[in-house]
Design a protein around this ligand. Structure first.
Ligand SMILES: C[S@@+](CC[C@H](N)C(=O)[O-])C[C@H]1O[C@@H](n2cnc3c(N)ncnc32)[C@H](O)[C@@H]1O
Length: 231
């Protein structure tokens, strides 16, 4: 990984912001991901994220913390927060922004236990593909204190397969429609291809039940996105 995501966060933090990240997927063309969005304050966050932060309790693990926006908010509210991210640049920026306990770590390497585990900004993406969902859920389950909760958001991206007449062109022989190849470029450099998973609510709920977790929808967002609470 070239860590272009982390480089973009570092550039923004160091006042070298000149352009945004460019993203695309195997089913969609290029889109800009505005870097200032990755530094959003509570009032700039979507309702789903605000709701997740309101539901936080006890000691918190912020998985894939990015620049640390959610961690900083909770830390200021007095929560004990641990933030982790696989991106070296993200961890560097989160630390410099004031996140007290932040570490470069893959979620699968985490071993402590928490009352609240946050995975925000399409948290199911970190699972990468359907075949890995139960592995990640089982691991997250092992990190929960008794009575603990996982707060995670996702989107049902079926709408991305709709044509102008409202018909769907999903190939039923292909992999699950929410499994995407994700491409990212920044300042003319291309990141290695990543896998990113968007899970619809029913599939996420079934996967939770299969590993002995309960999954309830907390809130629907404005564009096929939703927040769930897993216990
Ligand atoms: C879409 S970004 C969201 C960043 C942040 N949560 C936010 O809302 O601004 C996803 C983040 O997850 C991190 N990530 C991806 N896979 C991960 C893993 N296995 N363990 C920990 N972090 C991971 C990425 O480096 C990236 O910073």
């Amino acid at each position: 990984m070239k860590d272009l995501f982390g480089k973009a966060l570092q550039d923004y933090f160091n006042n070298n912001y000149t352009e945004d990240l460019i993203t695309s997927t195997n089913i969609s063309g290029e889109d800009e991901l505005p870097i200032p969005y990755l530094f959003r304050s509570y009032s700039e966050m979507p309702k789903l994220e605000q709701k997740a932060l309101q539901l936080a309790k006890g000691n918190v693990l912020d998985v894939g913390c990015g620049s640390g926006s959610h961690s900083l908010y909770l830390q200021e509210k007095g929560f004990k927060v641990r933030a982790i991210d696989i991106s070296e640049g993200a961890v560097d920026v989160a630390k410099k922004r004031g996140v007290e306990h932040v570490e470069q770590k893959d979620i699968l390497k985490e071993t402590d236990t928490f009352d609240t585990i946050l995975l925000l900004m399409n948290g199911t993406g970190i699972f990468q593909e359907v075949s890995q969902v139960s592995k990640y859920l089982n691991h997250l389950k092992s990190l929960l204190n008794p009575g603990g909760q996982i707060l995670i958001d996702s989107s049902d991206i079926k709408y991305m397969y709709e044509d102008e007449d409202g018909g769907l062109w999903i190939d039923t022989n292909a992999n699950y429609y929410g499994e995407l190849d994700y491409f990212l470029s920044y300042k003319g450099e291309e990141e290695e291809k990543m896998k990113w998973l968007y899970l619809d609510f029913e599939r996420l709920q079934l996967a939770c039940e299969a590993v002995g977790l309960q999954c309830e929808k907390v809130l629907d967002g404005e564009h096929f996105d939703f927040l769930v609470r897993i216990t």
